[in-house]
Write a protein that binds this ligand. Sequence first.
Ligand code: TYD
Length: 393
Amino acid sequence: MENLTEFLDLGKQPIANGFLTKDQLKDNEYFYELKVGFNQETKLVSIINQVDPPLMFNDSYPYNTSMSTTMIKHFEDIATKIKNIKSNPKVLEIGSNSGEFIKHFDKSLSLAVEPCGNFAKVTENLGIKTYNRFWTHDLAKEIFQNHGKYDFIYAANCICHIPDLIDTFKGVKDLLNNEGIFIFEDPSLARVILNGSFCQWYDEHPHMFSIIAIKNLLKEAGLKLFGVETLNVHGGSNRILAIKDSEIVSESESVNRNIWFETEIMKLDQIQTYYDFADKVKKSKKDLVNILNIQKSKGKIISYGATAKSTTIFNYCNINSELIDFITDTTIDKQNKFSPGQHIPVVSPDINWDEVETIFLGAWNFKDFILNKEKEHFKNKTVITHVPYVRIV
Ligand code: TYD
């Protein structure tokens, strides 16, 4: 990526969701240098050496929205909100995963775009026309020829995955009806900085959005930011609402409030903020390795949730199975595999909990849910998180 001033070096990293079978451990694993930079002009924060999307989003992509009751409810709620704005809307979803959002709309009026073959099949089987392709301006032109324009275009945890944002937004603009609304949700850069959650940087997140940068980029593509909602999912996200810039709608108070917060309080428009953050990340690494070493002398350590985020943590901090005995995860596709890069075994949570001394929260974004669900298993054990700083919960 051009015009980026580097501020953070997270070292050599593998494909974050590339969990390996025993046989695959023999193969040469793909690694790249995870360095993060700030564009002083657009204020966008991006990974410098971005990974080619087909290496991540392919027929064996493991992340399945339907595995999370939180996300199922989340998609039901936003679908209801959309139907309250316009009954029987024509809806397009970019990055439909297992169809948990798009399934709530009239199938004959809906369209899904999903580059991962395994999930494109799932939405197709739900009876929704699905393009098993990456989203591009060219694909938008093709969709326009075949299906016309849309009342709503929705994308959750997807736009920040796409390297070329201007091409992406131009495609959206061409497919929106007049008065059509583009709604997208992605992790919030402000929350990453506040949470010290450097783990939000991995191959699938080439960009981490501030509202300041989003406003600039949408404008460049002929779209106008008119609303921002704060969400708790995925460790803190923003829901962005945009319309064509030809529409006469004034920015909502939420836009001004967020821009004020990001500029005046967080100073996300200044490179120094990111240099300061990088210092905190180095401290987080030191503290985490220290506390895990202390705990290791007392007994077994496990990590709870084989997240993409924990791939970044373990590879940046050089944490392998000598320190963390294994990772538990409810996702069957991840079980009996090995974590990317550090090759820590992933197992089902159905373990002998009596043998466990310490639990690291790899899925820290579900902390309250997990602590409540695992009350019995976690009793008298040490639970550690690195968010917003390394500490015992
Ligand atoms: P997610 O939060 O989507 O993280 P990422 O985007 O970084 O991969 O994934 C959560 C993971 O944690 C997922 O693999 C399922 C697992 N998990 C459990 O094993 N048990 C639980 O109770 C919860 C909430 C999640």
